[in-house]
Design a protein around this ligand. Structure first.
Ligand SMILES: [Zn+2]
Length: 210
């Protein structure tokens, strides 16, 4: 195999869900593709790395507008929207959880993205998750309710419990989304529905099964 193709296949194999067979299929597809088609893909990857980062306020995915200096802090579309209800804050693990809650169409408050969960073995704790910044944001904001929407796993519960203790003295109402609802045949559809139900069924933290 020629070196350039070999290099491309090696890079493709490092992508999640791409095995040797898929890498080969994509590689040979690109070899046959027009120069424009291949360049479009390459440019999209570079643009992602150059212009997309994390929102300086909430940690969601944000994009720098063309011509804006890379020194300017990024702001995501949710934080930039003045119509959002600034009295409610929903805490999630990853930016793609924001997308999922946005799709439910029933939440119009703000978000805070942790970028992970407590993981003592990997050395991820309160400092790594930036929880001091979260506490500062809540104490300096006008939030009345903070919704803990981390997963119902051991790590998710441990993280939620820590955040509950951290924010309790700040006088906001802390709620936890309801879990374990409505599995369905169509995964995407069920996910959206069960997220909505989980959100609508949220209860004050500590009042669920404890
Ligand atoms: Zn934001």
């Amino acid at each position: 195999m020629v070196p350039s193709l070999q290099k491309l296949l090696a890079a493709l194999r490092r992508l999640p869900g791409v095995g040797p067979k898929s890498a080969q299929r994509i590689g040979y597809h690109l070899l046959r593709a027009t120069r424009e088609e291949a360049t479009e893909l390459a440019r999209a990857v570079v643009a992602l790395k150059d212009r997309v980062g994390l929102c300086s306020v909430c940690g969601n995915v944000a994009e720098r507008a063309e011509g804006v200096s890379d020194k300017t802090p990024l702001e995501c579309p949710v934080c930039a929207d003045p119509r959002r209800d600034s009295s409610r804050l929903l805490i999630v693990e990853e930016p793609y959880n924001v997308e999922a809650f946005q799709k439910t169409g029933v939440y119009d408050g703000l978000y805070h993205v942790l970028g992970g969960l407590f993981d003592p073995l990997a050395g991820v704790g309160a400092v790594e998750l930036g929880l001091d910044a979260l506490a500062r944001r809540v104490s300096g904001g006008s939030f009345r309710e903070v919704i803990l929407a981390t997963s119902p796993t051991t790590a998710g519960e441990a993280t939620a419990s820590y955040i509950h203790e951290l924010l309790k003295p700040l006088g906001v109402t802390l709620t936890r989304i309801a879990v374990g609802l409505a599995p369905g045949a169509d995964v995407d559809y069920a996910d959206e529905i069960s997220l909505r139900l989980a959100l609508e069924g949220r209860r004050e933290y500590g009042s669920i099964g404890r």
